[in-house]
Design a binder for this molecule. Structure first.
Ligand SMILES: Cc1ncc(COP(=O)(O)O)c(C=O)c1O
Length: 300
């Protein structure tokens, strides 16, 4: 657990266009986003003072809001500028960036046509994992989740919407209670989908396999890792993967802004041995997120 609760950290938060002291960035208990999950958010990482794929995250935030039926009242340029300015003010080079948009308190009921759309951005320090590749190669253990990723006909399943995380927290808590690090979720059809906050990849015979992102978040890290693999001449198949296939794969890893590339050693009864493909993708991703100037300076 974080030794200091998140509402007690220091610095500033960007709140509806103003930089306010961290402890003053408060909302009322009668906030629609809290009661009805009318909230969307992003998770971004800064490496060496640069937010990786900032514009892609900002565009996804705006698109997630639209999927919930609201327009965030700031342009992508304004949101990017706010993130960059806040990162400077917070004084971190390696950090986590959390924009969140939500419906306010003007109406309290399922209908919230006239509620203000709020946007806040918080940034906290997140030291980089450079150098810990060997430790991560041990792999983490995943349980099988009870809940499934929903049919796109039952929820805006590709948005980064707060409501979709209800089953993620339930599944992650259940897995942790059994001593696992996380849980792998199937989708509504019973196909392999993703972990509770990261996408999933497998490898066998030099080929990478990953579920098609047709009912869950098409992670920006996922897209980056697919591109990096293909640039290296590695075949990547995006396809339906059935749980019965899991034993046929030799390697497995998760991808996500927070997870980066995290090797997996177990999913329920299935075993994997993190090997060359995990290592190659971890190294490629680390090189990709590292600002080129910082890389050049570090080499001097
Ligand atoms: C449910 C879920 N899937 C996948 C991802 C990976 O997305 P990204 O690589 O854009 O961080 C995340 C993390 O944001 C997530 O919460």
């Amino acid at each position: 657990m974080n030794s200091v609760p998140f509402d007690q950290l220091d610095g500033q938060i960007w709140f509806n266009g103003e930089f306010v002291p961290w402890k003053d960035a408060k909302i009322h208990v009668l906030t629609h986003g809290l009661h009805y999950a009318s909230a969307v958010f992003e998770g971004e990482k800064a490496y060496g003072g640069r937010i990786f794929e900032l514009r892609a995250h900002t565009e996804r935030l705006i698109a997630s809001g639209r999927a919930l039926g609201f327009q965030i009242p700031y342009s992508a340029d304004e949101i990017d500028e706010a993130c960059n300015e806040l990162l400077k003010r917070q004084g971190f080079t390696d950090a986590y960036v959390r924009p969140v948009a939500w419906r306010g308190s003007e109406m309290m009921g399922v209908s919230a046509q006239h509620n203000r759309i709020n946007l806040a951005i918080a940034i906290w320090e997140w030291p980089s994992y450079y150098g810990s590749i060997e430790q991560r190669m041990k792999g983490i253990r995943l349980d099988m989740a009870e809940y499934r990723r929903p049919d796109p006909k039952t929820a805006p399943s590709r948005a980064k919407a707060a409501g979709l995380y209800m089953i993620c927290t339930i599944s992650k808590h259940a897995a942790e209670a059994k001593g696992y690090s996380d849980a792998m979720m199937l989708d509504w059809r019973g196909r392999v989908a993703e972990a509770t906050s990261a996408n999933i990849f497998f490898a066998k015979d030099g080929v990478i396999h990953t579920p098609e992102a047709d009912c869950f978040l098409n992670g920006i890290t996922r897209q980056t890792v697919i591109r990096l693999a293909r640039e290296r001449g590695i075949e990547v198949q995006e396809r339906a993967i059935l749980p019965e296939e899991l034993d046929s794969f030799t390697e497995c890893w998760l991808t996500g802004t927070a997870a980066e590339v995290t090797p997996v050693s177990e999913i329920g009864p299935h075993r994997f041995t993190p090997g060359e493909m995990c290592r190659k993708m971890m190294e490629a991703y680390t090189a990709e997120v590292t600002p080129k100037l910082a890389t050049a300076e570090a080499a001097e």
